[in-house]
Ligand binder design. Structure first.
Ligand code: CO
Length: 431
């Protein structure tokens, strides 16, 4: 099976941030990783492979090498994507004919791309199971919802720059009036409980379109959630293939990047710090010395130059799909890359024979941000911001390069199999 087909399968199995973590955990278990609980004692041994989750929506995995590790070689991506969250009382009747669902925006999506395409819901239901409160992942795996456009005849300005009101224009149609009162029971059914035992839920819209490879020479791929599951998937595959020596490779897939990372499980949380300090303690390493000889790759997709709007890209820093790893710079530290981290990571890519390209925003444009600089407020270390070039970021259906998934896997396999030593501040060796 081609690597992009595996990516599409991973995305199809991962319609919510919770499913992303479940898919990653399943892949890690195939490779002999065992699950740790934050509530239990950790006995870690050389050669051991472990993972830990928080909120079922962030996951950290690490492999202890047989030799003595100096530090950590880490890569972080994110499990969430812009979508709409179903509210607690979602059903409302409309026009005496319909039932629609009330939602809230999660992150900054391109609203128009959610219209006129089959949607469903996925997330978790929390249910009563005897004396226990148990979370169950749910995915209604059929075309369930649609957000219909208004016809051009009724909205003549529809092609002149629409604005979308999240409380009016973006509510999905669920059924005719007879569907009233059935949404909760649909979720309870999916969770395998009676409606009375359904206590609460975190449920989001998901786009039902499958991934595809296309273009004159099959150059492109399109799929929901390439930001950031292309990086999550490729870093997971690289991590699984790595041969650790001299450092502990650590894979992070974190939730809530799209809303600023400030949750108990996001990049601004203590999750990474707590995990690193527990690992160093269990292995008798000094935390501060280990972090000084560690490296973090913050992997989140980047903006390819647009075919109809090349002017939105900086003239000297236009990146293209299929051009390999994008190293991102921002003087105001929205991206963490500096001369040291660029030199270290670009030399890893060079030794893996993977091309790199450099991105910076136009100097009169703000651009986005990502996980690296936020994670550094909890664990401060040399970090580079990278990604793969893509179009239509935050569309419900995004486009990227068909060759780039493999480039990322190759580069990160090399990275996870490397170790960094610090000779002096400003002087490093990668082995
Ligand atoms: Co992203």
């Amino acid at each position: 099976m081609s690597v992009n087909q595996k990516l599409f399968d991973f995305i199809a199995a991962s319609p919510s941030c919770f499913h992303v973590v479940r898919s990653a955990a399943a892949r890690l278990e195939e490779c002999g990783f065992t699950s740790l609980s934050e509530a239990q004692n950790w006995d870690l041994i050389p050669g051991g492979k472990y993972y830990v989750t928080r909120n079922q929506s962030s996951i950290l995995a690490f492999a202890i090498p047989e030799d003595k590790p100096a530090g950590f070689m880490m890569c972080a991506s994110h499990s969430d994507s812009p979508t709409f969250k179903i509210k607690e009382h979602p059903e409302s009747e409309s026009a005496g004919v319909y039932v629609k669902l009330s939602t809230e925006r999660y992150g900054g999506m391109l609203c128009s791309t959610w219209l006129d395409r089959p949607l469903s819901v996925a997330g978790r239901a929390v249910v009563r199971d005897g004396s226990k409160i148990v979370s169950r992942l749910i995915h209604i795996d059929r075309d369930l919802l649609m957000i219909p456009n208004v016809a051009i005849h009724m909205m003549r300005n529809a092609n002149d720059g629409m604005s979308y009101n999240a409380n009016v224009d973006m509510f999905p149609l669920y059924g005719e009036s007879s569907a009233k009162g059935s949404f909760r029971s649909l979720i309870a059914d999916a969770a395998g409980v009676k409606e009375d035992d359904l206590l609460s839920m975190d449920v989001f819209l998901c786009c039902r379109m499958p991934g595809t490879v296309w273009g004159a020479k099959n150059e492109f791929i399109s799929s929901p959630k390439l930001d950031d599951l292309q990086c999550a998937f490729s870093s997971l595959e690289a991590f699984a293939a790595a041969k650790p020596h001299g450092a502990i490779p650590l894979l992070a897939i974190m939730d809530n990047e799209e809303v600023g990372s400030t949750s108990k499980q996001g990049a601004a949380s203590t999750f990474l710090y707590d995990t690193l300090s527990r690992i160093t303690e269990a292995l008798g390493m000094d935390y501060r010395r280990a972090v000084a000889q560690s490296f973090l790759v913050s992997a989140d997709n980047a903006h390819a130059v647009h075919p109809n709007h090349p002017e939105f890209s900086d003239a000297n820093h236009r990146v293209k799909m299929n051009g390999g790893i994008v190293i991102k710079h921002n003087a105001n530290q929205k991206y963490t890359t500096d001369a040291i981290s660029q030199a270290i990571f670009a030399s890893v890519c060079a030794s893996a024979d993977v091309p790199v390209q450099y991105f910076a925003n136009r100097s009169d444009m703000m651009g986005g941000s990502t996980l690296g600089n936020i994670a550094n407020t909890q664990v401060s270390l040399n970090t580079v911001d990278i990604g793969l070039a893509q179009l239509a970021m935050h569309s419900s259906y995004e486009t990227a390069g068909a060759k780039d998934t493999e480039y990322m896997i190759t580069a990160l396999t090399k990275f996870f199999s490397s170790a960094l030593t610090m000779n002096a501040d400003g002087e490093y060796e990668i082995i």
